[in-house]
Design a protein around this ligand. Structure first.
Ligand code: FE2
Ligand code: FE2
Length: 249
């Protein structure tokens, strides 16, 4: 059963909790003249997410479908959505379109150049390529300037069935989730940490987002710049250098 919350003006969070893995999967709908869905969800979640989307907009009216990187929770149900919405166009990074979507998608994708935007009507979302952040060559995030909203995918990943919005310390929750995964024989090394990771997080911090919409866990409302800079430290602590190597020992 999906939970629906409006977390910012016209921005709805559709959350499906999977108790077996203690994890939420959040899908975001921008209700506007040209509606946007960010994260299609997995194919097996499609019926539940579709039913939730239908409570916000007519699913057939979807115009834009986007995500961060090629992975089942991000874009697995893309073709199910394209069958549902005849005018919908898949939108991702240029490399994502070139490497994966040209083959995977049943409709031609639009690969956005860095800082290219899509206009939903009252809102404008800008694509910022972030290769390998959170992971994947094709990764990117989307930013809406007017309300300071960052659609950040797996960044700030939190375990548990979390509240829709929090101003609590999501960086600490993020660190706990990474530390838990680092101890897991299969889920370790969730995200890479390199010099580039910190530079990319500093670039995102310079946007000074006020709402950070996370795929797994609560969306954060508050000082997004401070949270992003602190996230770099937490990622370095758990995923950089010695700790990473010791996780394999
Ligand atoms: Fe991911
Ligand atoms: Fe994810």
């Amino acid at each position: 059963m999906a939970k629906i919350d409006e977390i910012a003006p016209d921005l709805f969070r559709i959350s499906v909790f999977v108790p077996e893995i203690d994890l939420q999967f959040n899908h975001f709908v921008v209700r506007d003249e040209e509606p946007l869905l960010f994260h299609t969800g997995m194919r097996r979640m499609f019926p539940a997410v579709r039913e939730a989307v239908a409570q916000i907009i007519d699913p057939a009216s979807l115009r834009w479908i986007s995500w961060s990187h090629f992975e089942v929770d991000e874009c697995g149900a893309l073709n199910e959505w394209l069958a549902e919405a005849p005018e919908a166009q898949p939108v991702c990074t240029e490399v994502g379109a070139l490497v994966n979507l040209n083959d995977f998608s049943n409709r031609p994708p639009r690969g956005l150049r860095p800082d290219e935007t899509i206009d939903t009507g009252r809102h404008r979302y800008r694509l910022i390529p972030t290769p390998h952040l959170p992971h994947g060559w094709d990764a990117g995030v989307m930013y809406e300037e007017a309300n300071g909203i960052l659609l950040c995918s797996d960044l700030f990943h939190q375990l548990g069935d979390r509240e829709p919005i929090t101003s609590d310390d999501v960086v600490d929750r993020f660190g706990q989730a990474i530390a838990t995964y680092q101890q897991h024989p299969v889920l370790m090394d969730y995200m890479p940490f390199t010099k580039e990771t910190r530079r990319q997080l500093e670039t995102l911090a310079a946007l000074k987002p006020r709402v950070i919409a996370a795929m797994h866990g609560s969306s954060f409302v508050g000082d997004g710049a401070a949270a992003l800079l602190a996230a770099a430290d937490v990622m370095q602590q758990h995923l950089g250098g010695a700790n990473r190597l010791s996780a394999h020992a």
